[in-house]
Design a protein around this ligand. Structure first.
Ligand code: ZN
Length: 359
């Protein structure tokens, strides 16, 4: 039995692909109770949407890293669902910031227009976008917060890509569990249990090394249960439309749990396998290549770089690693029998190599 609403009936059809900016979401905002809560470094509006009038307050923000748009698409799917007024919304009051870093979104960069990573600015609050989020946190006074990101295709668990990764960030160096962090971890447990029937082992747990400059760690330290959700790779889905659907389900699972105060056990959280950097976009096994002038035989990993071109994202392969990569995996592992030797130092040849393979 599928406990979720039919995804196709609520998916926001006006958003697709990896390039999501203010210009893409602005036509949708009039459907919701929205306002401008600040402006970015270069003066673009930062929008907030409010939904529900219940007692339990939930703050969610996405695209703090401008090129991480999957969770934003899922937020607009969620808004379409919330528009149908599901019962559990009665318990909740949501504050949603869909694009915290509109300059980074427009330029398709992780950082803001000052080249600052907003997720390393929680103490200094040196950037206007960081202060907008902190002000919303202070004024709205949420009971839970959701820190929403994309992760690179390099992450996997048990030889499978990590399509969704979860983290209840630490609040201290010893990475202890107090009631606040425990609740965040139980939220992750709830998602893990609910998503497993859909994507099996493709769920990872992120590294919980404490960094008080990270916003999730800072909010957890401030005593508000905070969950990090990372949207990752699903096989063949570089537009992250399948991943978007699973993140949407993750939102439903966690918001329903909050509304009904019914969470899975903390012990489940520790069963979620840790994310590992074990994937390349392409892994060419046992090929001849030239490195430092000498001919060698081994494996080559290629990774896509995402490049903004004409308002869409193109994927350009570059060499990422050579040598013995037998412990790694490729999202695509082509048959390399007919491949000539490769000069692994010349990035322009990476795409040429792929062109010669029968993909
Ligand atoms: Zn991120």
């Amino acid at each position: 039995m599928n406990p979720f609403p039919s995804y196709s009936t609520v998916a926001e059809s006006k958003l697709a692909g990896r390039y999501i900016t203010n210009a893409h979401i602005e036509p949708l905002l009039s459907d919701y109770n929205h306002s401008i809560i600040g402006h970015s470094t270069s003066g673009l509006p930062i929008y907030r949407i409010r939904m529900g009038a219940g007692d339990t307050k939930v703050l969610m923000w996405s695209q703090m890293h401008g090129n991480e748009s999957t969770t934003t698409k899922s937020l607009f799917d969620l808004l379409r669902l919330l528009d149908t007024k599901p019962d559990w919304l009665n318990q909740l009051q949501l504050s949603i910031i869909p694009i915290l870093n509109p300059d980074g979104a427009k330029a398709y960069t992780r950082v803001n227009a000052n080249q600052v990573d907003l997720n390393r600015d929680a103490i200094d609050l040196s950037q206007v976008e960081s202060r907008v989020l902190r002000d919303e946190f202070d004024q709205f006074s949420p009971d839970f917060t959701f820190n929403l990101h994309d992760q690179r295709t390099i992450f996997g668990v048990d030889g499978m890509p990590a399509t969704v990764s979860l983290l209840a960030p630490a609040f201290d160096l010893a990475r202890n569990y107090n009631p606040c962090r425990t609740l965040a971890a139980q939220l992750a447990s709830t998602i893990f249990e609910g998503l497993q029937p859909l994507i099996g082992p493709q769920i990872g747990r992120f590294d919980d090394h404490f960094n008080p400059n990270c916003v999730g760690d800072a909010f957890q330290s401030a005593g508000v249960p905070t969950l990090l959700i990372e949207a990752g790779h699903y096989p063949g889905d570089y537009g992250r439309e399948k991943t978007r659907e699973y993140v949407f389900y993750a939102y439903i699972l966690s918001l329903q749990a909050i509304a009904t105060t019914s969470f899975s056990e903390l012990s489940i959280y520790h069963l979620i396998p840790e994310n590992q950097k074990i994937f390349f976009d392409f892994l060419l096994r046992d090929v001849s290549f030239i490195e430092n002038g000498s001919l060698q035989r081994g494996d080559i990993g290629l990774q896509f770089q995402e490049v903004l071109q004409n308002d869409s994202i193109s994927f350009q392969a570059v060499f990422a690693a050579v040598g013995d990569l037998s412990h790694c995996y490729g999202h695509i592992e082509p048959n390399c029998e007919k491949l000539n030797r490769i000069d692994s130092k010349i990035d322009e040849s990476a795409q040429n190599v792929l062109n010669t393979l029968d993909l």
